[in-house]
Design a protein around this ligand. Structure first.
Ligand code: NAP
Length: 275
């Protein structure tokens, strides 16, 4: 999706994938900086490790305690830090600036792709791993009314609940399934990635007809058994493509300083997911 966007904008840039061992993250980032990369995206497990390595953190990275987007910046003649793309010749002083675009992408996908306004809503969130924790805290920051948290390892859900209580005390958090209806069921577990996986919720405790909307963070397969069942139950549904799209689009905007071509990126992503 990044290369499709870069091509459509006529930029002389390339987006490349590198596999880096976590022990090598620091020298790999230093190498990228010295080779005058404009920026980098990081994925698991580098997002947490990079927080310590960045020269400066944007508020988004501070709030979420994770970096998924790095922008390399140079010092100009007036002593101001500017993105490297703005320099015609490489400046002598360079720094790394860490951002996080993951959390906003979750709520943007729910708003833009499903028309869901979050304030005052009741949400059942399945999963309390990295993505589940970020989703829970981001939803709480949007002033949802109630969050029901379910996770295989209960202690992780308890930790997330206590983080929400400390940061967003007005949000009611319940550990376990709701008795009545919810506006959204959000799957942030990895159940559904493999064809042999069971459903991510306990069918004896919850039925999909009790949720208006179902969002599955998984995007490959494009339709998980959860989404198939949710459609059959009459729910509005979407897979995780939107979330992936919006975190990438925001990253491109951070490097480029202009709005990203969302439709071009979505088309490229959907082709990749279907392939
Ligand atoms: P993670 O930190 O490894 O968390 C995995 C979650 O799945 C945990 O809640 C874990 O429960 C649960 N889980 C795993 N196997 C299970 C099983 N057999 N039974 C019940 N629960 C199980 O991974 P993550 O980074 O949060 O990712 C979670 C999902 O979100 C993945 O499917 C990933 O592909 C997707 N994701 C999508 C995007 C996107 O852009 N669309 C971005 C990030 C993640 P325990 O805590 O008990 O282990």
């Amino acid at each position: 999706m990044q290369n499709a966007a870069i091509a459509s904008l006529g930029l002389n840039w390339r987006y490349l994938a590198f596999e880096v061992h976590p022990d090598d993250l620091r020298p790999a980032l230093e190498g990228a900086r010295r080779m005058h990369f404009l920026g980098i995206n990081l994925t698991v497990p580098h997002k947490l490790l990079a927080v310590e390595i960045m020269d400066v953190l944007d508020d988004s990275a501070k709030v979420w305690g994770a970096v998924n987007t790095v922008r390399f910046e140079g010092k100009d003649q007036r002593g101001e830090w500017r993105p490297l793309r703005e320099f015609s010749e490489a400046p002598s002083e360079l720094r790394s600036h860490g951002f996080n675009t993951d959390a906003d992408a979750i709520t943007r996908a729910l708003r833009d792709d499903l028309g869901l306004e979050l304030a005052g809503k009741s949400i059942l969130l399945l999963g309390a791993g990295g993505a589940g924790r970020t989703a829970a805290l981001k939803l709480a920051s949007e002033q949802v009314a109630q969050l029901f948290l379910v996770n295989r390892t209960q202690t992780k859900a308890v930790l997330v609940a206590s983080e929400i209580a400390a940061r967003h005390p007005k949000v009611k958090v319940v550990l376990g399934y709701p008795n009545g209806k919810v506006d959204l069921l959000l799957n942030a577990t990895s159940l559904g990635l493999n064809s042999a996986d069971s459903l991510p919720f306990d069918g004896t405790q919850f039925s999909l007809s009790r949720s208006e909307v179902v969002y599955d963070m998984i995007y490959r397969p494009a339709e998980t058994p959860l989404l198939k069942m949710a459609k059959a139950a009459g729910c509005r549904t979407a897979n995780g493509v939107g979330m992936l799209l919006y975190q990438g689009a925001r990253a491109l905007e951070i490097w480029m300083g202009e709005p990203a071509p969302i439709q071009v990126m979505r088309r490229a992503l959907e082709q990749m997911v279907r392939a």
